[in-house]
Ligand binder design. Structure first.
Ligand code: ADP
Ligand code: MG
Length: 283
């Protein structure tokens, strides 16, 4: 669906590139995530892919067609969720969607239906300025879907949301995947990347450090460990053991045979641990 080879980009007037020779592919029906700290170049990459930043170097192909050769029809086929969307404060949620619908030539989806899908039926006639952060993000998602796009670009879709609203948004994104949509998201939330992305690109300083499935990354880079709590004279003691060759670990065997075990838990590395290990940075 999307094929990018040695993409580089420099903002006009700057002396250095912001994006350095990145390459990746996104398959149809995939949720592909850019994970990285603030300033990594995630939004820049996305803004190139949606065609609003011109003058990139390298190859960017959408359905085998070079991006800078595509006609304005491209905008009819994609849905874009900006990190800071410009909704009209004095319009209601519904009026905002009706306004943005008119920008498309393509048949658009019923805004009331979209609002219902995200649980905003009751807020349809409430002014945007009175929406909470969670409501704004859900309305932003409705706007992405207005033209029933084939490809969704979501910039930080769960940023600033409480856990309940973040979960809701993740579920909405997964529902689009089920319909066969291709989704590209940027996020600095390892939770969002881990829970919904089929593959993740770790991005730092305008470069992609690696690309893989979250599960694979945790297996390959994260060491599994076992946390053991046992009762001894001074109270309850907690120790951490690597799962590697645990059966040979004398100290572990000693604990098993001499103390009362209180709890035992295996711990998987988090995607954040892996990110730190690979890039030396924190999210
Ligand atoms: N319009 C611009 N002109 C020049 N530099 C910019 C512009 N927008 C962003 N940058 C710079 O590009 C880098 C990447 O920014 P961005 O793509 O927004 O990162 P992210 O989305 O990962 O937080 C940052 O150093 C930022 O300051
Ligand atoms: Mg950004």
């Amino acid at each position: 669906m999307i094929y990018v080879e040695n993409l580089a980009y420099r903002y006009p007037g700057e002396t250095k590139d912001t994006i350095h020779d990145i390459s990746f592919e996104v398959a149809r029906g995939e949720i592909f995530g850019f994970l990285g700290p603030s300033g990594a170049g995630k939004s820049t990459t996305q803004n190139i892919l949606i065609g609003i930043l011109k003058g990139y170097r390298g190859k960017v192909q959408i359905n085998q067609q070079e991006l800078d050769q595509l006609s304005a029809d491209y905008y009819e086929r994609i849905g874009v969720g900006f990190e800071f969307p410009n909704f009209y404060q004095k319009f209601t949620g519904l009026e905002n969607l009706q306004f943005f619908s008119k920008l498309y030539k393509r048949k658009t989806q019923n805004p009331q239906k979209l609002l219902k899908n995200v649980g905003l039926t009751d807020a349809a006639h409430v002014r945007f300025s009175n929406y909470s952060k969670g409501m704004k993000m859900r309305l932003n998602f409705c706007r992405v879907l207005l033209n029933n796009p084939d490809i969704l670009f979501l910039d930080e879709p769960t940023s600033g949301l409480d856990p309940v609203n973040a979960k809701k948004l993740r579920e909405l994104i997964l529902m689009e995947k089920e319909k066969g949509k291709t989704v590209i998201i940027t996020t600095h939330s390892m939770d969002t990347a881990d829970k919904i992305c089929d593959r993740v690109a770790f991005m730092v300083d305008g470069e992609i450090a690696l690309i893989d499935q979250p599960k694979q990354l945790k297996v390959r880079y994260g060491e599994k460990s076992l946390q053991v709590e046992y009762r001894c004279q001074s109270g309850i003691k907690r120790e951490l053991f690597s799962l590697n060759n645990l059966y040979e670990n004398q100290h572990f065997q000693h604990i098993l045979s001499h103390y009362e075990i209180v709890t035992m838990h295996t711990q998987e590395a988090t995607l954040e641990d892996v990110f730190m290990k690979v890039t030396g940075r924190i999210l």
